[in-house]
Design a binder for this molecule. Structure first.
Ligand SMILES: Nc1ncnc2c1ncn2[C@@H]1O[C@H](COP(=O)(O)OP(=O)(O)O)[C@@H](O)[C@H]1O
Ligand SMILES: [Mg+2]
Length: 231
């Protein structure tokens, strides 16, 4: 693909993201204000109800952060990177999709290596990457199945994140296309999830790859280079 076409696509993406951000921001603010209103009289509610309100407020806040920071595609204004625990970000992502997974009776099992050093990255961007991978895994899975997520420190100092599902898999002909902008085979898909993942990971020199077999499942793995380890 020529650079011109690629740049043009990024411009379209930028516009799409900008209008989406704009459209989402107002209703989201309204939602947050209402939840904050309920939260002001939190002691009027039962413990369970209060927990629901708090969890909703948390989720709204995270969406706000994602909308504001991640969908901007402002690649030049590189956002602050601080050192973060990958395991923590992955746990946060799992929490955000827990309801969606539960509705399909999908168990999300994990294995987190405890000895992963803190990595320098923009937390919201990595959260977006992990969310996209888990969301795809859930969408590809049948009901009553399992998704396995793991983190691992390699002997060479790089860090691997794996998201594995037992879903529909990716056909041989599609394998070379799934990272393309707008490539989707879902009725309501955007085809942007993986291309955004790739773009965000490229920014920090991390790699994304996958193996897949039709009707057996798919495994995505992200490799964070040793250079991201905080000194
Ligand atoms: N875990 C997965 N299992 C099977 N197919 C997948 C998986 N992840 C991605 N794909 C394929 O890659 C395509 C592109 O994914 P993505 O960029 O996230 O866009 P979308 O999810 O909107 O379709 C999907 O439509 C699907 O065909
Ligand atoms: Mg997707």
């Amino acid at each position: 693909m020529t650079e011109e076409i690629q740049n043009n696509k990024l411009k379209i993406l930028g516009k799409l993201a900008a209008s989406l951000t704009h459209e989402i921001r107002n209703p989201l603010s309204a939602l947050k204000l209402n939840l904050q209103y309920l939260n002001m009289s939190i002691d009027k509610f039962s413990e369970e109800e209060a927990e629901c309100i708090k969890a909703s407020l948390d989720a709204v806040e995270r969406i706000q952060i994602l909308v504001d920071n991640t969908l901007t595609f402002s690649r030049n204004k590189s956002q602050e990177s601080a050192a973060f625990e990958l395991n923590y970000v992955v746990k946060q992502a799992i929490e955000m999709v827990q309801n969606t997974a539960a509705r399909k009776s999908i168990d999300i099992n994990t294995s987190f290596s405890p000895d992963i050093p803190k990595l320098k990255f923009n937390k919201d961007k990595i959260l977006q990457v992990v969310l996209n991978l888990i969301t795809n895994a859930i969408e590809a899975s049948k009901t009553n199945s399992e998704i396995f997520i793991s983190t691992k420190l390699n002997p060479d100092g790089s860090v691997i994140l794996e998201v594995k599902d037992h879903g529909i898999g990716i056909g041989e002909n599609d394998k070379s296309k799934i990272f393309n902008d707008f490539y989707t085979n879902k009725k309501n898909g955007t085809g942007l999830g993986l291309s955004v993942c790739k773009m965000l990971l490229d920014e920090i020199g991390a790699d994304i790859d996958f193996t897949s077999e039709i009707n057996v499942g798919t495994k995505f793995f992200v490799t964070f280079p040793k250079s991201l380890i905080e000194e």
